[in-house]
Design a protein around this ligand. Structure first.
Ligand code: IMP
Ligand code: MG
Length: 187
């Protein structure tokens, strides 16, 4: 029995397969390894969406790194941001003097990352760079420079590989476009 059949039926098209994601994440890990030679990056996973990407990415970085987690909320049961970002979980450790990499699943309006950048700037990091699996530049509301991106995608709501709609679909191994019939009644 395919236990993911019900989830897959809600996907109109697969944008990136498990294999394409793995190749891109491996290349990104190698790039970060080269760029941070001699350093010990402090890698922050933004929960929950980035968790799958983050766990794959850190295993392709051949450096003595440290990990920590932050969590924000802004969506609720919706495909559009509420516009108000809240910090739900802060870091456990100090970033003073550290080379910080903030790892996000997707950059949409840019509000989440701008908010987190604002919080982290002023805590004395040696450097702060942003890493995102996906970028939806068409929907950007606030300017934001993203240092490392795997894929730029069109303006569609996507799920899988950590990304959710209403907390579902995170466990799909591919990234796909969610059928609008799933959220049309809710939004
Ligand atoms: P932003 O603050 O508008 O840039 O939104 C960033 C957050 O919105 C991401 O961390 C995701 O959690 C969520 N998000 C934005 N677009 C999508 C999408 O297409 N699928 C799933 N989550 C999304
Ligand atoms: Mg997220």
């Amino acid at each position: 029995m395919d236990s993911q059949k019900g989830l897959r039926e809600d996907i109109t098209s697969v944008l990136y397969t498990r294999q394409q994601l793995q190749t891109a994440v491996e290349e990104l890990g190698q790039r970060i390894t080269r760029d941070y030679q001699g350093k010990e990056p402090f890698m922050i996973c933004i929960l929950k969406g980035a968790c799958v990407f983050f766990c794959d990415l850190i295993r392709h970085i051949d450096l003595p790194l440290e990990i920590d987690f932050m969590s924000t909320s802004s969506y609720g049961v919706s495909t559009v941001t509420s516009g108000e970002v809240k910090l739900v979980k802060d870091l456990d450790r100090s970033i003073l003097g550290r080379d910080v990499l903030l790892v996000e699943d997707i950059v949409d309006t840019g509000m989440t990352l701008n908010y987190l950048k604002k919080i982290l700037t002023g805590r004395g990091a040696a450097s702060l760079r942003i890493v995102a699996l996906l970028d939806k530049p068409a929907r950007r509301e606030a300017p934001l420079s993203v240092d490392y991106i795997c894929f730029q995608i069109p303006d569609a709501f996507v799920v899988g590989y950590g990304l959710d709609y209403n907390e579902k679909y995170r466990n799909l191994p591919d990234v796909g476009i969610l059928s609008p019939t799933v959220y049309e009644q809710q939004d």
